[in-house]
Write a protein that binds this ligand. Structure first.
Ligand code: TYD
Length: 131
């Protein structure tokens, strides 16, 4: 299930600190990290599902929305705008990111190495696999 995770916050007058480690804060061992940045206003990233990999998405800086589209076309929108929140997205969930603010940095923690064959890039195929 898609779930908003709240990470520990160490508030400090010198600047705040947040951390996460497997398995206390995220439910899988990380194999890969990637991030998006310099996303032009109005752009959309990541319209696809993964067959097997799980991920946690964090707005490390700025903000953006993660939009989950269910097989019946209903949507769920999560606005990420604090670096101490992460959105857990399990496998077989169709998601895209939109509404990026200037200087938004989107960090993705993934359970797998990069593998193009793990992507489902057709929504119709995704919806029929979920039936
Ligand atoms: P992709 O995940 O398809 O991004 P989006 O869904 O936002 O379009 O990644 C874009 C390209 O970057 C893809 O064609 C392959 C490359 N890529 C890697 O080589 N390694 C990675 O870990 C990722 C995430 C992407």
């Amino acid at each position: 299930m898609v779930e908003l995770l709240e990470f520990p916050k160490i508030l400090d007058p010198r600047g705040n600190l947040t951390f996460l480690q497997y398995a206390d804060q995220i439910p899988f061992e990380m194999k890969r990290i990637f991030w998006t940045y310099d996303v032009p206003g109005g752009e959309i990233r990541g319209g696809h599902a993964y067959k097997n990999q799980h991920e946690v998405i964090i707005a490390l800086s700025g903000s953006f929305d993660v939009v989950i589209t269910h097989p019946d076309n209903s949507i769920q929108k999560f606005q990420l705008n604090r670096s101490y929140y992460g959105l857990y997205v399990p496998a077989m969930v169709w998601r895209h990111m939109e509404n990026f603010s200037t200087n938004a940095v989107g960090l993705h923690l993934s359970s797998s190495e990069y593998n193009e064959s793990d992507y489902i890039r057709s929504f119709d195929q995704f919806a029929s696999l979920k039936k």
